[in-house]
Write a protein that binds this ligand. Sequence first.
Ligand SMILES: *Cc1c(COP(=O)(O)O)cnc(C)c1O
Length: 432
Amino acid sequence: MDRSTSEQLYKKATTLMPGGVNSPVRAFKSVGGTPVFAKKGSGAILTDEDNNQYIDYCMSWGPLILGHAHPSIIEAVQDKIALGTSFGMPTTAENELSDLIISNHKYIEQIRFVSSGTEAVMSAVRLARGVTKKDKIIKFNGCYHGHVDALMVQGGSGLATFSEASSAGIPLDFVKNTLSIPLNDIEKLERAFTENKDQIACVIIEPIPANNGLLLQDKVFLETLRSLCDQHHVLLIFDEVISGFRIGFQGAAEHYTIKPDIITFGKVIGGGFPVGAYASSADIMNHISPLGAVYQAGTLSGNPIAMTAGLAQLSTCLQPDFYKNLEEKTQYLVEGVMHYVHQKNYPFYMYHIGSIFWTTFHVSNTVKKASDIKKESANYFSELHRFMLNNGVYLAPSGYEVGFVSAAHTKAQIQNTIDTYHKALDFIFQGG
Ligand SMILES: *Cc1c(COP(=O)(O)O)cnc(C)c1O
């Protein structure tokens, strides 16, 4: 497969932008080779600048639950954009998207839109500290919450790949109130609460951790977390930037029937545009400016074009059986791959929940926290990634990243993907 145009473009890009990219994991550092330059997308198919086509499972890292260039989003945005791109004044689009979300989400009463998941998380943590008048926060190893200073402690995703505990440029003072503990470990969780009694403002968790592998938590762990927060008057933040509107419309909160105090959103919410949001009860949201003392603002927040794209996408997600169909399709993929894996006895496992999947080179399905993932798995993943890429399947370029099935993926495309996985695994374990 010829990717010489991508190679030339990337070479040029490296002279213009650090690492040639505007977000580090795009640089293919962990899998080797050159990033692929995207030219266009339609449905599940991505076309690169050399006109190669791929069945895409990265889907812009999660936002594109309807696939690329979904007609309902494109038409809505085209109509709206002719009326002006930004006003810095309230617009009907904000009312419509808020209303759609709130009236279909039983865990929230009010929402504030921002422009990224990072911004949503940063604001939610400030809100929690403002409401509780306490400073400490607890997070979990292997959960990623954007590049917020106070949360860059044992993050997942790019951080796991670059094997750095944190980032340069963050004063110790900014993280000294952050406690990062292992996932799925009730004992350590209880100890963190008792050792920091009356000092914890909030606990933030990806209830479905999907930035450092897919680390599905025991329900009892999440329930214990909820009750400890209640006991200690600590606010529970569900970071649903990935899981929100992805694992069902009401995300992980609905999946586990656990009511968090604050939820953060991103990715799917913007229909492929830069949107984030945080939401809670009216009581808690009343603490935000202009009503309350917690300041948070944004020039382009609630941008009408982005709101319109979000509205088109989320209305489609609300159609009957939308999530059921998506999950069935994902199950088909997983069963198709795993059936073969069992036949061949390959040390490989495919996790999934809803339309999120993750593959790992472990025999069993017992990976529940960051430290359960073996380093060798990442090496195998580079081979898998290269093989899939060269055979027309685009996976996110890191073994710690999950894959996303969209509503646009057809059964034929998924069957093709299953066959390609079989060939890739034969190649890896039998040398072709
Ligand atoms: C992607 C992600 C973020 C950061 O969102 P950005 O839009 O990239 O800033 C935060 N939390 C979780 C769980 C995410 O997956």
